[in-house]
Every structure is written in C-alpha cells, then in structure tokens.
Design a protein around this ligand. Structure first.
Ligand SMILES: Cc1cc2nc3c(=O)[nH]c(=O)nc-3n(C[C@H](O)[C@H](O)[C@H](O)COP(=O)(O)OP(=O)(O)OC[C@H]3O[C@@H](n4cnc5c(N)ncnc54)[C@H](O)[C@@H]3O)c2cc1C
Length: 422
C-alpha cells in the first residue's frame, strides 16, 4: 500500500536504485522505490552475459582508470563505499562471489538472479515499499521552487517526499526500461546534460574487408587495438580480444575503444576514425623476423598462421600482393618490412558506432560538476539526488558500470535519508 508521503523516494529499481533504496532504509527512514516495469532489475539481469559482473577486484586507481567517463568524480564516493564494500555486502549475506579474468567478480551461481534476489530480499526486509508498473512523469518542487517536493506519476498521482533519488539509468538498451526519462527532470531542476553518445558499442566500418565480408566471423585473441587522432597521436589502446562482423568490428577491445571513437568523431568533425590492430603485441618486429628466418624454407602463409587466423593472414598477403605459397626465404627485405608493419599495425577505420540504443552504456548525462561528489546531491536543487548511468559517468564493461551504480546508489541513498532527517 503506497502512502502519500515518504522520507525518501527512489525512482528506478535498477542496479543503482535498488542499492539506494536499501541504503536509505538502513538509516531508518521510510522509503518508496518506484519502477515502471512489472519486474525490477531488467538490465541487471542482462549484465555480464546474464551472470552479473557485480564489481571488479582492483585498486581504487585502476577502478577509476577503467571509468573513462568522469571516473575521478567518484573519488569521494569511493572513500565512503568501494568495490570491496560491494563484495562484503553480498558475501555477508551468504552470496559467494568468485573472481575471473581481469578482476571481474561474479556470483558463484553464475546467475544474475542471485544478485537481484539478494537486493530485493534486502528491500523487503527493510520494509521498502516497492511500487512497480508505475511510471514517474516528472519531479515536483516546493511552491517557491527552492527544494524537491516529490514526484508525479503518469497517472497524475502525486507522491510527496523530503528527498528524491533519481536512478532511472541512461538510454542504452531501452527495452530494459532505461529510456532516458531522467534528463528532462534534471533539466527542470536547472541541470545541464552532457551530450549523450554510445559507449561499449560495436563499431561500424566501410573498410574493404568489411564490405567484402572477407573476415566476417574471424576473431583475434589478445590483440592491441589503438585509436588514433588526425595528428597520429594515440588516443587510447586496449589489449583484449576482438571480432570482425558483417557491419564492422566488435569484441571487448573494440567496445572499450568505441566511446573514444565517438568522442573523437564528434570533437574533430572528421567522418572517420583511424584505428590499428597489433596482432602480436608480445613480439617486436625483430622477433617476428628472427622467428620467420628460423623457418625460412616454409611458405609465408604457413609462417603467418602461427600468429593469426588463416583468413586474416590471407587478407594481409592479398593486400600486399604476396603469393601465399612463396617460401619465406624468397621474400625481399622491403616486403618483409611491409609484412611486419601490417602485423604490428593492421590499419582499420570506423565511421562511428552502432546507436546508443544498441550500446551497453550511455556516454554523457547529468553534468557531474553540478552534483556534490560526496553526497550525490544536486548543487542546484536541495533534496534531489542522482545515481547510476543517468549521470555523466561511464565505465568499461568488466563490472565498472555496476560498481559505479552500486557506489553512487549507496552514497545517494544514505545522504538522501540523512537529508530527510534534517
Ligand atoms: C546487455 C548489457 C550488459 C551489460 N554488462 C555489463 C557488465 O558486464 N559490467 C558492467 O559494469 N556493466 C554492464 N552493463 C551496464 C550496467 O548494467 C548499467 O550501467 C547499470 O545497470 C546501470 O544502472 P542504473 O541503475 O543506472 O540503471 P538501470 O539498471 O538501467 O535502471 C534504471 C531503472 O529505472 C527504471 N525507470 C526508467 N524510467 C523510469 C520512470 N520514468 N519511472 C519509473 N521507473 C523508471 C527502468 O525501468 C530501470 O529499471 C551492461 C549493460 C547492458 C545493457
């Protein structure tokens, strides 16, 4: 039964909103959590391939480095609640977690449902009122517009509160409920919205091997992908796996580069961005030459196949007009140099990424300069708090976004509760 007045209303029962509601209720105040979907946490259930990558076991500096969209804004929040606290939060409630590659933490059950159920159990145990299938239309302010007063649902029903936490997410994957509703409410409170753009999204390309589909489905392991600016300066590099698709490039290394590609295209006005793939990051050109020389009687394709998939080797050889069956010893110096240069820096281009709706994470959002970093409270509208992807914060996949959501949700929830007591 929903009451007409609460100490704290949290809008959006996703990763950040569920945590905000729990942390607010733990302070002993009345909390209403409003969710437009029939069931909370739809995006959380999809994350980490349905296994929920709850956080990343790493140092604070590494964590911040992996949140390229305003990670530094989180310093103060992380002093109050950090990745180890997330691990403790779940483990202290009997949810065993395990660490996988790159520090990624998952529930031992390999099911995001375990995480969602734990959050929902907490809400229930702490008497959080959960109102589902209810869409907030807007936030409302006191008559003199000096502070928050509550929310109005699309049914026109008004529910009042001393503090309101906006946890409605960004605009990526709108079928999960994150349809970007919060930006208009933030603007109404006087906030600016940093330009929205897709991050963690596959890259589109009209490169010849994409158009001809010569490499479609070929995946590369542990390659170093670099994004370049027009002056030939490296913007970012990521050493991970990638895959060639029918529309361009995807896989972890590409997803991590995608936000940087979109930012570069926007800021420079260029119509394409240049990237390169180091197919053998652990070997120098001299080492490649030495290995090939030690196998000098072998055909060049055979030599290349030890370093990359056959189709990739065939494309490189065809780009250089080298016959695949040529014995390596017959290859002249300049052709060898050209070969090593392709292996160490195979050039590709991108004309941008798939749209925001298909990316995993939204770049841009409510301007963090207008939010108090130690409390997540609006600097412009007392009693209004923000958390999660709605803010101009975006991380790489690998648990960094969920960490940011849980951390900012915790801080917003606690401080919203404390503010409501004042
Ligand atoms: C497929 C996929 C995989 C991902 N994998 C990872 C991963 O491995 N690691 C990682 O760190 N991150 C991952 N992410 C990103 C991560 O899941 C999100 O960044 C994070 O869940 C955002 O949390 P949030 O609380 O800000 O928003 P959300 O979880 O999107 O929650 C917002 C909630 O608000 C509700 N809502 C919206 N508008 C209204 C309204 N008007 N009224 C009421 N309710 C409303 C929505 O229905 C939704 O439930 C992934 C994302 C996707 C899409």
């Amino acid at each position: 039964m929903v009451k007409p007045f609460y100490d704290v209303i949290v809008v959006g029962a996703g990763s950040s909103g569920l945590m905000a509601a729990i942390q607010a209720a733990q302070q002993g105040v009345s909390v209403l959590l409003i969710e437009k979907n029939k069931r909370p946490g739809r995006k959380l259930l999809l994350s980490g391939g349905g296994r929920c990558n709850v956080t990343n076991r790493t140092t604070r500096d590494e964590l911040i480095k992996h949140i390229p969209g305003n990670g530094k804004f989180l310093y103060s929040a992380l002093n109050q609640f950090n990745q180890e606290d997330i691990i403790d939060f779940f483990e202290s409630q009997g949810v065993a977690l395990k660490e996988e590659d790159h520090g990624r933490m998952f529930p031992v059950t390999d099911s995001a449902r375990t995480i969602l159920d734990t959050l929902l159990d907490n809400c229930r145990d702490l008497s959080v009122d959960l109102l589902t299938e209810a869409t907030v239309e807007t936030v409302i302010f006191s008559e003199d517009k000096s502070k928050i007063a509550g929310v109005q649902l699309t049914t026109k029903e008004i529910i009042e509160a001393k503090s309101v936490v906006l946890a409605v997410g960004g605009r990526a994957y709108p079928r999960t409920g994150a349809t970007g509703d919060g930006y208009a409410w933030a603007k109404k409170a006087g906030h600016t919205i940093a330009r929205l753009y897709p991050t963690e999204a596959p890259l589109l390309s009209d490169d010849e091997m994409i158009v001809t589909q010569a490499l479609k489905g070929v995946s590369l392991r542990d390659v170093n992908v670099t994004v370049w600016d027009a002056e030939g300066k490296a913007i970012v590099s990521h050493l991970m796996d990638m895959i060639f698709t029918h529309f361009g490039y995807s896989g972890p290394a590409i997803l991590r580069c995608s936000g940087h590609v979109n930012q570069y295209l926007f800021e420079s006005g260029a119509d394409r961005c240049h990237l390169s793939i180091d197919l053998q990051p652990s070997l120098t050109t001299d080492a490649l030459e030495a290995i090939a020389e030690s196998q000098r009687d072998k055909q060049i394709l055979t030599i290349l196949k030890q370093w990359m998939p056959e189709r990739m080797a065939e494309v490189i050889l065809s780009q250089l007009n080298i016959t695949a069956t040529t014995p390596f010893k017959q290859l002249e110096h300049e052709w060898r140099a050209a070969l090593w240069s392709r292996i160490k820096g195979f050039a590709i281009t991108s004309i941008g990424s798939q749209p925001i709706e298909k990316g995993f994470v939204t770049g841009g959002g409510v301007n963090t300069k207008e939010i108090e970093p130690s409390s997540m409270e609006s600097k412009l509208m007392p009693g209004l708090f923000f958390c999660g992807e709605l803010m101009d914060i975006n991380g790489y996949t690998g648990g960094y976004n969920i960490t940011a959501a849980f951390v900012t949700g915790t801080i917003a929830g606690r401080h919203a509760a404390w503010a409501s007591m004042g």
